[in-house]
Design a protein around this ligand. Structure first.
Ligand SMILES: C[S@@+](CC[C@H](N)C(=O)[O-])C[C@H]1O[C@@H](n2cnc3c(N)ncnc32)[C@H](O)[C@@H]1O
Length: 256
């Protein structure tokens, strides 16, 4: 029996089980088996500034999906890790699903807890507060970003690590680009891309005192030039440049 009470898997069984699922994260499950996710997971990890030691810390991973960052927090010594997701874990048609998370947790002998909850329903009464909260790749998926950040703030007792797509428009003025339909990456669950100034301003607005962008990025595009580009594309009835709001990813550390 493994730590979850199940029979341990042979390397062949593991390989077979992994190959039957579709993966988001690229994750080493041992025995030379790496999950074939489309996500550049290790590259992302390198950009997060996740503390090397999380000994004794409680960690909440919102939008955990296959759970790589939850397992990594546990590996770094966190005393309690809760992986939370909603849409991807609720799908019943195979992909996305929670099956990858469950397989990885079993194989890694992990004690990461799981909760299926919409971030909009999150609050300290449900799960308590957490020293470190991970909110990676989720902000642009929510229809009400400021409200989502209020929920995230309500459970963060020290550090929030937020990773998000941003629109590279403007530098000082906080702006959000609305993405109806499937304009960003062909994914209809993407709603807004804030520019960097908006991410920082929203985090301050919901109550974080210290907000720091920790990634280095290419310079922002002038908002005036971007609006002209979009207008020209619109006049030419060319949807492609309109829909690809020129984007980038940033990581922000916010402290209560
Ligand atoms: C782009 S994936 C990011 C996965 C992982 N955090 C990472 O960075 O690799 C977005 C995840 O957020 C989850 N998600 C989207 N909206 C959510 C919501 N309202 N509440 C909880 N999770 C949500 C999705 O189900 C999905 O697993």
């Amino acid at each position: 029996m493994d730590t979850n009470g199940a029979q341990p898997m042979s390397p062949e069984q593991l390989r077979e089980a992994v190959s039957r699922l579709r993966w988001h994260h690229t994750m080493d499950l041992g025995h030379g088996v790496v999950t074939p996710g489309g996500d550049a997971t290790l590259e992302k990890l390198g950009k997060l500034g996740l503390p090397g030691s999380l000994v004794g810390k409680t960690v909440l991973d919102i939008g955990a999906w296959d759970g790589f960052f939850s397992f990594e927090a546990e590996r770094r010594g966190a005393s309690r890790v809760v992986a939370m997701d909603y849409h991807c874990w609720l799908r019943s048609d195979g992909h996305p699903s929670k099956a990858g998370f469950e397989l990885a947790r079993r194989v890694l002998g992990s004690s990461v807890e799981d909760v299926t909850l919409d971030v909009m329903e999150l609050g300290p009464d449900h799960l308590g507060m957490f020293d470190v909260v991970l909110f990676l790749g989720v902000l642009y998926h929510v229809r009400h970003p400021l409200l989502a950040l209020e929920r995230v703030f309500s459970v963060t007792s020290d550090l929030l690590i937020l990773e998000t797509e941003v629109a590279r428009i403007g530098t000082r003025r906080p702006m959000l680009v609305f993405l109806p339909g499937d304009e960003l990456g062909g994914d209809p669950t993407n709603w807004w891309t804030p520019n960097e100034a908006a991410v920082v301003a929203m985090l301050r607005d919901v109550g974080f005192r210290e907000v720091r962008v920790v990634t280095s990025r290419p310079p922002a595009i002038s908002a005036v030039r971007e609006v002209r580009r979009l207008w020209r594309a619109y006049r030419a009835d060319d949807p492609a440049p309109v829909t690809t709001a020129q984007g980038d990813r940033i990581v922000v550390h916010a402290r209560r």
